[in-house]
Design a binder for this molecule. Structure first.
Ligand code: HEM
Length: 133
């Protein structure tokens, strides 16, 4: 096995954990009407962590054999990543009402959890299987 695989995967997973936790806390803060979640230093920290996350992810894609993605789990994750980013933008900034903000926040957290379960199982249908038991 490629010697850098495990360290890079560790970096990816650590960045995933940090990115998800920061988004979760910022989302709760925005819903509670706080101003700290939108402070510039926090936005840049978040951006930096997401850059590390994506860089490690791209390295993993290059390192791993193509056959590993044959069932489409990586494509499913990428589609959900776009959905997560859009929902996250609405939850933290663009939503016009508190109701829409909360809906977008809850949906973003669910989409994030779906990406984790897809990555863990290497199965694009992992969240559906989990939901239907
Ligand atoms: C917020 C977005 C993302 C989340 C939540 C996420 C989550 C995860 C998790 C939890 C793992 C570890 C799975 C395990 O072995 O238990 C993982 C691995 C991986 N992720 Fe991501 N990821 C994200 C974005 C991406 C992106 C954008 C890509 C591709 C461009 C990607 C490619 C990979 C690859 C190739 C692996 C390695 C799978 C393996 O070695 O078994 N990830 N991801």
């Amino acid at each position: 096995m490629e010697p850098f695989y495990l360290p890079i995967k560790w970096v990816h997973m650590t960045a995933v954990m940090l990115s998800g936790s920061i988004f979760f806390l910022r989302g709760l803060g925005v819903i509670a009407g706080q101003r700290w979640p939108l402070q510039t230093w926090l936005r840049y920290t978040s951006f930096g962590i997401d850059t590390v996350l994506l860089t490690a992810a791209l390295l993993l894609v290059v390192l791993l054999p193509h056959a590993m993605f044959a069932n489409g789990w990586l494509n499913a994750k990428l589609i959900l990543l776009v959905v997560y980013i859009v929902l996250g933008m609405f939850a933290l900034r663009s939503a016009r009402s508190q109701h829409v903000r909360i809906l977008c926040f809850v949906a973003a957290v669910l989409v994030f959890a779906s990406m984790v379960s897809i990555a863990h199982a290497h199965d694009p249908w992992a969240p559906v299987r989990w939901a239907v038991g």
